[in-house]
Ligand binder design. Sequence first.
Ligand code: 5GP
Ligand code: MN
Length: 317
Amino acid sequence: MTLDKIKEEIEKAKTVVILTHESPDGDAVGSSLAMYQALKKMGKEVDVVIPEMPRTFEFLPCADEIKKESRNDIQYDLGISLDCTDTKRLEGFNPWYDTAKTKISIDHHGTNAMFADYNYVDPVAPACAQILIVVFSSMGIEINKDIGTCILAGIITDTGGFKYEGVSTETFEFTANLIRLGVNVPEIYKRVLQIKTMANFELRKLALNRMEFFENGKIAFTYMTIEDEEKTKAEAGDHEGLVEIGRDLEGVEVSIFIRETEKGFKASLRSNNYVNVSEVCSIFSGGGHIRAAGCTLPYNLEQAKEKIIERTKIFLK
Ligand code: 5GP
Ligand code: MN
């Protein structure tokens, strides 16, 4: 079984590097820091690498130990990828992929490319962090308050505060156990979902003003450019949540938010009831979940907008 192999490989490894996807969210950071602390407890020499760490998650235990780059003076025994679908999304992290002797991937995306030597993918889990609870318990690793805080930050982020599909009795049972350990739910909730940076507020205003609707209001579309980010002095993670503005409007089935990057436009899609947005994104080599997915559109604004809207229309009823 994969879990047994994962346990064996982790036990065997002396040096480990932990990586996650680009533009990391709370699940990516929370899962990485939970795994980092668990491995430290086991006495491993471990690095957790997140090149662009959003300020929002800096309150998490051990966040100050995150490195921007992996070491290149050693070949890690083990590389662990968390919450990441494919090696393309680990871009910028390639030293890990090229050098680690063994690779493990733990994820909850149905579109996972199964790129590691051992892949533990549970598409039913609402957050990668929730899978870690299962992994840790199978390894006999005790979850303490700090590890639990990181895990719950992941669960709260990816479930939108326990409100998305995929939340199960298990999610609440796990959460209840974490609360027993002293994990502070209101504090995490406030930090990861409620408090917005001023740059996010400014970007939100732009996104609202630019929002357009298509197909009788079933598609909401808005965008953000590099210039906007410069003007608002946006930092990593400041665009988070903008796609949700459109999703939460009556009658909207798919909300599309595209954000300019060096590679074109990065699209974020959300759906409400029936469109599988991960399928919409698949034609552009992206993926994700049924109700939340993304892809990169290597075009200018007009072309990117037209292509993603045309593709989305096919899936509307
Ligand atoms: P977000 O819109 O918040 O960036 O991403 C929504 C979901 O889609 C997340 O689970 C994320 O990991 C996934 N996702 C976003 N962009 C991509 C992409 O380019 N490729 C793949 N495979 N998944 C993506
Ligand atoms: Mn996730």
